[in-house]
Design a protein around this ligand. Structure first.
Ligand code: ADP
Ligand code: MG
Length: 576
């Protein structure tokens, strides 16, 4: 029984399978490979999926849901008529349709699939995707990161020999950027980055907003139907701008009339914020992979939004290298997922192929924040972009005299403060009481290619070991936890730090911490800790002076001018 590969996209979903020695796309009942990820409920409660449902986005917006992948793993509910659905329930309906298409095509039952997910999906979003598969009657042992799937497809389809790529996958709702190194039969993902909230629909919104502005309309005041019509027209105008210099957008009827002439130049201007947001993931992925832009052999554009000529031009300018036009930008991820499914199935034709992937986020534990014990700090154990499987250990010491227990909280994320990261679980261990900093535990995290994290805590004195295995389980916040978080947030507001400049400075420190790794990251943490400590003094002058210095230090680090940093004693010295 074949294992199928599914690209469960925000906008469109596809399914493929390895057949007769090659990746093969499976058509839907309309003979097309792209099935819109849209679900609608008609008057008598029948569920419509795909193209038909997409049509109803405009006609029956109240009964139709799209872009639900953006809410995957959250508690958001979608109301269709008088029924409510979770994002994973809606996704499972799309998956069920694809499964049926595959069964018809293969003339056999299909019970297992590999599903692709954005590399930046958290464990919670991954777990939700797996559940969607299960709800559709599919066993989903493996998920594959979308950029890894695209890379696999590039490798197999183009077969261009040993080289490295930057894969830029720009879809309807997400952007994934990755650096891939292909050597002989090994495809290695070196680094991934992305933006879960950036895609083609943002261009559509920009055009719609501009249309409203030019015609004296307030977008927010439009009815759901009017919004849907306008957005659809905007999308068509966007796509038309790929072929022609100027487009006319004319709306009449539905109490919505107006017109707009848009040329490419103006389009680039109004979408400037979108291009601006593309910079960060590109910079980060290059920095994390250690590859300079002039060392890239190829830039591969994947995803519907990459078909916009202005996107290709912008990347070409930014990286000073022209991207390679792909003949199959829409289907690369699905093909890769299908190839990976066959690899998992130990297909003899692919048994030599190896895909090495990485951990897209940092895994760590919480340690005491000496300046604010209520806000523990993240101590990274497995840093993002570590090659999988990865197993790393660190030693942690007690912080109180006579401490009898150490609780190791497990977090995922790039924030300096644990509370801003995702808590995956905890392991507790008993230790013999002793003066503080004497007793310790070795914490080992092991993260495998399936996204299964094992945490082990070991105390030498007692030779005792505690272990917990976190299998992409639902780590959603309970009501209680959510209330605790909310309370913590409100608490923040009455804190003396609640001055915008200080907040902003801390936020910049936090951001830089997220963007850096290793030694630089440790320096940022030191600086933040120092500035936090100054803040507790509540002395406005001292705080203002230190803030200035703190921001200068961050600026140096950000500009990569670490060599010019004063020594720690110097920057901490308030008289200098
Ligand atoms: P996803 O992976 O999020 O499902 P896709 O890769 O299918 O998304 O891309 C969908 C997006 O691509 C939509 O926003 C759509 O408007 C856009 N798109 C599709 N074709 C084109 C085109 N020729 N030019 C510009 N944008 C396009
Ligand atoms: Mg996609």
């Amino acid at each position: 029984m074949a294992i199928i590969g599914i690209d469960l996209g925000t906008t469109n979903s596809l399914v493929s399978v390895w057949k007769n020695g090659r990746g093969t796309l499976i058509p839907n009942p309309l003979g097309e490979y792209l099935t819109p990820s849209v679900v609608s409920l008609d008057e008598d409660g029948t569920v419509l999926i795909g193209m038909a449902a997409r049509e109803r986005l405009i006609s029956h917006p109240q009964q139709t849901a799209a872009s639900f992948k953006r809410a995957m793993g959250s508690n958001r509910k979608f109301r269709l008529g008088n029924k409510e659905f979770t994002p994973e329930e809606l996704s499972s309906l799309v998956l069920r349709r694809l499964r049926e298409d595959a069964e018809l095509f293969l003339e056999e039952p299909v019970e297992e699939a590999v599903i692709s997910v954005p590399a930046y999906f958290t464990d919670r979003q991954r777990a939700a995707t797996k559940r969607a598969g299960e709800l559709a009657g599919l066993k989903v042992e493996r998920l594959i990161n979308e950029p890894s799937a695209a890379a696999l497809a590039c490798r197999m389809v183009q077969n261009t020999g040993d080289r490295n790529y930057l894969v830029f996958d720009f879809g309807g709702g997400t952007l994934d950027v990755s650096i891939v190194d292909c050597f002989e039969n090994i495809v290695s993902i070196l680094a991934v980055s992305g933006d879960n909230q950036l895609g083609g629909i943002d261009f559509d919104s920009c055009i719609a907003d501009y249309f409203c502005e030019q015609n004296g309309i307030l977008f927010q005041q439009l009815s759901p139907v009017q919004k849907a019509i306008l957005l659809k027209q905007a999308e068509q105008a966007k796509i038309a701008l790929g072929r022609q210099e100027t487009v006319m957008l004319v709306l009449t009827g539905q109490d919505l009339s107006g017109s707009l002439t848009l040329d490419r130049q103006k389009f680039i201007e109004i979408s400037a914020p979108i291009f601006q947001k593309m910079i960060k993931p590109i910079r980060r992925v290059l920095a994390d992979s250690g590859i300079r832009s002039n060392e890239l052999d190829d830039i591969v554009l994947v995803g519907g939004s990459s078909k916009l000529p202005v996107v290709a031009q912008w990347i070409g300018n930014f990286l000073k290298k022209s991207p390679t036009p792909l003949v199959y930008p829409d289907t690369a991820v699905a093909l890769g997922a299908g190839i990976f499914a066959a690899m998992k199935d130990r297909n003899p034709q692919l048994k030599e192929m190896i895909l090495t992937d990485i951990c897209p986020f940092t895994l760590g534990t919480g340690v005491l924040n000496p300046n604010d014990p209520s806000r523990p700090l993240m101590a990274p154990i497995i840093e993002r972009n570590s090659i999988l499987p990865s197993s790393k250990a660190q030693r942690f010491y007690t912080v109180r005299d006579g401490q009898k227990k150490i609780c190791v909280d497990i977090y995922q994320g790039e924030s300096l403060y644990c509370e801003d990261n995702l808590r995956l679980g905890a392991v507790e261990i008993d230790i013999p009481p002793a003066p503080k900093s004497v007793e310790n535990v070795d914490v080992r995290f092991t993260y495998d290619i399936n996204g299964i994290l094992e945490a082990e805590v070991y105390n030498q004195t007692t030779a005792h070991r505690e272990r917990v295995v976190l299998v992409g389980k639902d780590s959603g916040l309970s009501e209680e936890e959510a209330a605790v978080r909310l309370e913590a947030l409100t608490k923040l507001k009455i804190n003396p730090r609640d001055q915008e400049e200080n907040q902003l400075a801390l936020a910049q420190g936090d951001r830089l911490y997220q963007e850096t790794l290793g030694e630089t990251r440790q320096k940022v943490a030191l600086m933040v800790s120092w500035f936090e400590q100054i803040l507790t003094s509540q002395d406005p002058l001292r705080i203002a002076r230190s803030r200035k210095r703190f921001l200068e230090l961050l600026r140096l680090l950000e500009a990569g001018r670490e060599a010019e940093l004063p020594s720690e004693n110097d920057w901490k010295d308030e008289k200098s």
